[in-house]
Ligand binder design. Structure first.
Ligand code: MIC
Ligand code: SF4
Length: 642
């Protein structure tokens, strides 16, 4: 039996375990990336591990999230990350150089290599055939130190693309269609591998849009083969030497199969407040809109921007719409400014933002009250835009630009002929905004500079025999990390200050939660299915840890969040019988009986609900390694002990 592409790369990097779906495997990591919203924590943890120089082939620290500096905090964090990077052998992508995933694809990604990033959209690298995964900052710090990265061996889903996209239908519509089919929890524990004749019709930026937003399926990662199109892209980036041809064997087997005929797709949109609430634009109709935001790591390539510029050329943004455009990288922005496309955007009335995440993470540009915002981004979770009652629709750049001009949600096929855009044979190469690390002899004298807002990382404590506490919150299905630990311009500057952050924990669901935690001292959270989907931010575990949360009992977990809970020493437990979710309520006094023994030796955990006088069986679906991490009270304690 042959191997599929994901299995081939896993096999080549396998340090431990067997490639049996669900079983834990350990992987060697070739490259890492961090961004600044997760980076401060990751580097605080790297510093705590006392590692002199990183051991990866390449590690890059990007500044792209916390770029509004309306206080000293973000600038201090940038300086902290820069000094650690220079001292420890990490390249530093300065603010202004672009969004981590876009820049990494352009300048650093290598087909066939493993990439671990402290950001959930790291799978963008799958667009050039990398095995690129998101993880919490601590896991990335461990990988920088040369440590193995552990995941459950994913199932591999074959997505066969046939046919060719019609004019005005975009790569974004392919991933929206897959979200419609698979839902936001359909990819958990899986890698999505693209095959078929349709692959050849897609350029690298289009493939990267698809692998990027595969994160919203909950997938471990997504991957395209590395072929002539990949070579052409790398050549144009002056990196032909990075190329290797990579594809699945002809007789490769897969765990699941999905077929998509590209020629049948139409412009789609994901409606508020979930990326899988997908409908055709024509079915939603010409709804009134207030804002259009174009950019983010999903849709900010030169190709996307050129399409947008062509649609805007000679027109004016409708009077009811505010249009923002954030080109994904300095390379993209410079090329747009040299070829005149930027002038077309500005002339049409677009508000040009810096090459950064910007509105995608609520770093400015929150919509008006009850505003409707069309965004080319990947997430439309409730409140993420910074306006609690706004409705965000996720669309392609074509739909976004057409709608900005018309003033309502618009099917771009009504615009007439499709502007033919070709990728250039040569991109403009200038890596002057990527700082190289200090040489080892010089690095010794480099001082790491901490700002006053940088506080220490909270530590878990060793697991007791049993835990008697209270249910402090009960939430439903698909709770995102944006619910647990919101982002946005007002809160993000405190990513390195867990005590301050804690007052916003679960703010979207229940503003009284932090106070309740303080009053009770400890507690557990009860959740539904796919708890913790979305971002890689370990703050969604570290902040509850700080507030005294000892366990989360849910129907199921998203992969990265489960790992982050384990790493911080919070027990991720599931109901043996999902119907028991309905039997337990907020405020119930509970005891987790014999929990230490059950974690040490395997077996079920009994939750005694004292208020209700009932017992509920829970499972701890954890690898041996994860069990020992929990017993030690988190990965930092575990590492110190071993
Ligand atoms: C996001 O898109 O939610 C983020 C901000 O990029 C996060 C990382 C973070 O919270 O810092 C992610 O996707 O992992
Ligand atoms: Fe940045 Fe948005 Fe991409 Fe996250 S999803 S990395 S916030 S652009």
């Amino acid at each position: 039996m042959g191997y599929n592409l994901a299995q081939k790369i896993i096999k080549a990097h396998l340090v431990s375990g067997e490639m049996i779906p669900g079983a834990e495997i350990g992987l060697r990591i070739d490259q890492t990336l961090t961004q600044d919203a997760t980076g401060t924590m990751a580097y605080l943890q790297l510093e705590a591990m006392n590692i002199d120089r990183v051991k990866t082939e390449l590690s890059v620290a990007y500044i792209d999230h916390n770029t509004l500096q309306n206080g000293f905090e973000n600038a201090d964090d940038h300086r902290f990350i820069q000094t650690v990077a220079q001292k420890r052998g990490i390249r530093f992508s300065r603010p202004g150089n672009g969004i981590c995933h876009q820049v990494h694809l352009e300048r650093f990604g290598v087909p066939g290599k493993t990439l671990l990033g402290s950001d959930s959209h790291t799978p963008t690298g799958g667009g050039i055939g990398m095995l690129a995964m998101g993880a919490g900052g601590l896991d990335v710090a461990v990988a920088m130190g040369g440590g193995t990265y552990y995941i459950p061996m994913p199932k591999i889903v074959k997505v066969e693309l046939t046919g060719k996209l019609s004019p005005w239908v975009a790569a974004k519509d392919i991933i929206l269609e897959l979200l419609r089919i698979m839902t936001v929890k359909g990819g958990v524990g899986k890698i999505v591998e693209y095959t078929g004749e349709g692959v050849k019709t897609l350029s690298v930026p289009e493939r990267a849009t698809i692998t990027n937003m595969g994160a919203e399926l909950g997938a471990t990662t997504s991957i395209f083969p590395s072929d002539e199109t990949t070579l052409a892209f790398l050549k144009a980036q002056d990196r032909a030497d990075a190329y290797t041809e990579l594809k699945a064997d002809d007789d490769a087997e897969y765990d699941e199969y999905i077929a998509i005929d590209l020629s049948k797709l139409v412009p789609l949109a994901a409606m508020p407040h979930m990326p899988d609430k997908v409908k055709p634009v024509t079915e939603i109709g010409p709804i009134h809109i207030d804002q259009v935001c174009i950019g983010s790591c999903t849709n900010s390539s030169l190709l996307d921007m050129m399409k947008v510029a062509a649609i805007l050329k000679g027109k004016t943004v409708a009077e009811n719409v505010s249009l923002t455009i954030s080109p994904g990288s300095k390379q993209v922005l410079t090329m747009l400014s040299q070829n005149g496309a930027l002038a077309d955007m500005i002339a049409a009335g677009a508000r040009i933002l810096e090459s950064a995440c910007g509105p995608c993470i609520g770093m400015g540009q929150s919509p008006n009250s009850k505003g409707i915002s069309l965004r080319t981004f990947n997430r439309n979770f409730e409140g993420r835009s910074g306006t609690a009652d706004a409705g965000v629709y996720l669309v392609s750049p074509e739909v976004a630009a057409a709608s900005a001009v018309k003033g309502c949600l618009t099917d771009p096929r009504t615009l007439g002929d499709f502007p033919a855009i070709m990728l250039p044979d040569k991109f403009l190469i200038n890596d002057n905004m990527v700082l190289l690390p200090d040489a080892p002899d010089k690095a010794k004298d480099r001082e790491v500079i901490y700002g006053p807002n940088i506080k220490s990382v909270p530590l878990g404590h060793a697991l007791e025999k049993e835990i008697s506490t209270k249910v402090l919150l009960k939430v439903g299905d698909n709770i995102t990390t944006d619910h647990i630990m919101p982002a946005g311009a007002k809160i993000l500057p405190y990513r390195s200050n867990v005590p301050y952050l804690s007052q916003f924990c679960f703010g979207v669901c229940d503003k009284a939660f932090p106070e309740r935690c303080k009053k009770e001292g400890s507690g557990i959270v009860v959740g539904g299915a796919n708890y913790g989907q979305g971002s890689s931010r370990e703050h969604a575990a570290l902040v509850p840890l700080y507030l005294g949360i000892r366990a989360v009992v849910a129907k199921s977990f998203a992969r990265m969040h489960k790992a982050n809970l384990t790493n911080s020493g919070i027990l991720p437990l599931t109901f043996a019988n999902e119907a028991d979710y309905d039997r337990i309520d907020e405020g119930d006094a509970i005891t987790l009986l014999n929990v230490h023994d059950a974690i040490l030796n395997g077996g079920d955990i009994m939750l005694k609900d004292i208020t209700k006088g009932i017992e509920i069986t829970l499972n701890a679906d954890l690898s041996d390694r994860a069990r020992h991490i929990i017993l030690a009270g988190g990965l930092l304690n575990y590492t110190a002990q071993n």
